[in-house]
Design a protein around this ligand. Structure first.
Ligand SMILES: Cc1cc2nc3c(=O)[nH]c(=O)nc-3n(C[C@H](O)[C@H](O)[C@H](O)COP(=O)(O)OP(=O)(O)OC[C@H]3O[C@@H](n4cnc5c(N)ncnc54)[C@H](O)[C@@H]3O)c2cc1C
Length: 589
């Protein structure tokens, strides 16, 4: 059976030594977020998550969520574990104090999401979806809506959903057909069917708040005619008490490849009562508020599963005995050694470790920029941080979730046949991780967002400012770090060349850049990890102990064996899109 222990030491390294999260205490709202508080929160969260939620990962997968007469029952133990998790205040960790949150930095909540996803990815979706609903109401709700709903989302006694997808509307939300008809009392009657709705129906909370995309009569076609509504499972009286059930029915849930403990629901809205959130026909823009925070959260899901796979693979490789070291083949004094002696197994372990730890640095630093962009007193700094979050969101979602699948796959491989069978839990990681590349905008859509919007946003300054930061980091590096600055310089040059090419080729034909988008996102992600490994190297240089030596060894591996992947990908990017687009459809058999 697979084990998971929240990687508190590595989290503290990133938070305290790498991104200096304590600097957020200069923001009044976060003055309590001292290193002591941060460490206390991490330790407490790890104790509860590992002890009560992580232990349900495999049983939740085996049992899955079940549907009976329109009611969904979550796997055994989820209800009690969720109640304890909410009761301890983890859902409201970074929510506003005025709405019963704890008012701590989002950066810290990101570390807790990392833990929760590693412990039990399917479980993480129940509190996870509430975050997006909270953000959407905070940004676009009326004061009455905020007062009625937000504390419940923060306390976790109610949960949220995102109801976007329909049979004909997946990536293309302009195709949404669900209707919302205005009523005299200012409410709307919502009619239509949504599919694939995570946590659309379940037994964990007293109420569920559905954030629904729908069209009002006569609204413009396409995405400009979509509005956002809130439709509760149980109607809420003015005094906050629950009233009759809204007509929102779950006729079926999906059988799926992974995250079995998370229910994925069809939801029929049969003239269900709903209320407009934000302006009419601005639903897509409003939903983007939820989607950006949700995309960063999905990145954490990829990271969590990668961490789980890595921990188990390292333990297994130190226990499983097969074969002798190549350099000691001739000795007859022992039959076999642990598989960690084999270069190929080490290659896999170090690939897993360097990608996972690198993604953690990138994700937490992006989360810190979220905190700065929303709360810092200096407007210029807020704007610069917002730009960094905008740039990094598709990378955190797309690159980290691809890493999740790569690392989960390597985890199976390290175990050999023992990874392919169910018993050891490694195949579950692979099954669970694939969905992270698909929902909240597929990774193909993330890549298009990167090349389509983010490269040209704010006059094209987003990548330029980031590249300048990488160069500044290299300039202040010492000779001890040349093992990484030399390959990083070359990799950054390649990325800059590819970026210029993409911007130019878009003028000739959008198909050239679109055909290269996924590869470009990979190159961007690798160079970004190179930048963070350089920063980690600076922290670890000259420090004693296995932890810091491990950081230097892992950085060396990343710089030597993974960062050069960019030099294979950049020519592929610049080869253009003709070979992709020229074949007639009927020759792609
Ligand atoms: C387990 C699970 C949970 C989910 N949870 C939710 C939820 O809570 N709420 C919700 O609303 N939805 C949810 N979804 C739906 C999910 O967000 C969609 O499945 C996803 O957005 C992709 O839509 P689609 O499946 O229709 O694929 P399609 O949009 O049909 O895409 C198919 C392929 O075409 C590619 N593609 C499509 N358009 C483009 C384009 N313009 N450019 C380049 N490539 C393109 C995609 O990248 C993909 O590879 C969930 C889905 C699953 C499976």
């Amino acid at each position: 059976m697979a084990e998971y222990k929240s990687p508190v030491r590595d989290m503290e390294f990133v938070l305290n030594e790498l991104i200096h999260v304590e600097s957020l205490t200069e923001i009044k709202k976060f003055e309590d977020a001292t290193p002591d508080i941060i460490s206390g929160v991490l330790e407490e969260a790890a104790k509860q998550i590992d002890g009560t939620i992580g232990v349900l990962n495999e049983s939740g997968d085996a049992q899955g969520a079940r549907l009976n007469d329109g009611e969904v029952t979550t796997p055994d133990g989820f209800k009690e574990a969720y109640a304890a998790y909410a009761e301890s205040g983890w859902i409201g960790l970074d929510k506003d104090v005025e709405f019963d949150g704890q008012g701590l930095p989002h950066t810290l909540a990101t570390a807790v999401t990392d833990m929760l996803s590693g412990a039990n990815a399917a479980f993480s979706l129940y509190p996870g979806l509430s975050n997006g609903a909270y953000e959407a109401l905070k940004a676009h709700g009326t004061q009455a809506q905020k007062d009625m709903y937000m504390s419940h989302l923060s306390l976790g006694d109610w949960s949220g959903t995102m109801c976007l997808t329909e049979p004909g509307a997946g990536s293309d939300l302009g195709q949404v057909r669900t209707k919302a008809v205005p009523q005299k009392d200012g409410s709307y009657l919502i009619e239509g069917s949504k599919i694939f709705i995570t946590a659309g129906e379940h037994d964990l909370t007293d109420n569920i708040l559905h954030l629904v995309l729908a069209r009002t009569p006569g609204a413009p076609e396409g995405i400009r005619g979509i509005s956002m509504f809130i439709a509760p499972k149980f109607m809420v009286n003015d005094d906050g008490s629950l009233s009759e059930r809204n007509d929102i029915v779950c006729p079926s849930i999906e059988e799926k490849m992974g995250i079995h403990g998370s229910c994925t629901c069809v939801l029929n809205f049969n003239e269900a009562r709903g209320y407009l959130v934000g302006e009419l026909n601005k639903g897509i823009q409003n939903m983007f508020v939820m989607m950006n925070s949700a995309r960063l959260m999905v990145g954490m899901q990829g990271l969590g599963v990668a961490e789980r796979a890595t921990q188990n693979a390292i333990t297994y490789a130190k226990e499983r005995k097969q074969g002798r070291p190549l350099t000691r083949k001739a000795e007859s004094s022992f039959d076999s050694d642990t598989i960690i002696v084999h270069p190929d197994v080490r290659r896999m372990l170090l690939t897993m470790k360097s990608l996972t730890e690198g993604c953690r640095m990138m994700a937490y630093d992006t989360a810190k920029h979220v905190d700065l962009s929303e709360n810092h007193a200096d407007g210029a700094l807020r704007a610069a941080s917002k730009a960094r979050v905008d740039l990094m969101t598709p990378i955190c979602k797309g690159f980290i979730t691809d890493v999740g699948v790569e690392v989960a796959g390597l985890g199976v491989q390290v175990y050999g046949g023992h990874g392919y069978i169910k018993e050891n839990g490694m195949e579950q990681n692979l099954r669970d991780s694939k969905i992270f590349c698909i929902y909240e905008g597929t990774n193909g859509i993330q890549a298009m967002d990167l090349i389509g919007r983010k490269l040209s946003m704010n006059g094209g300054t987003l990548p330029k400012d980031f590249f300048a930061d990488i160069k500044a980091e290299m300039e202040s590096a010492g000779s001890e770090q040349s093992f990484i600055t030399a390959p990083l310089t070359a990799a950054l040059e390649a990325l800059e060349t590819a970026t210029d090419w993409l911007i130019e080729s878009k003028q000739q034909s959008p198909n050239h850049s679109a055909a290269a988008a996924a590869d470009y996102l990979q190159v961007f992600g690798l160079v970004t990890l190179g930048y963070y490994w350089l920063r980690a190297t600076k922290v670890a240089t000259g420090k004693d102990g296995a932890f810091y030596q491990g950081k230097l060894a892992t950085a060396t591996f990343f710089a030597t064996k993974l960062l050069p992947r960019v030099h294979g990908l950049v020519p592929v990017i610049m080869a253009g899109g003709d070979c992709v687009m020229n074949p007639e459809e009927d020759v792609i058999l």
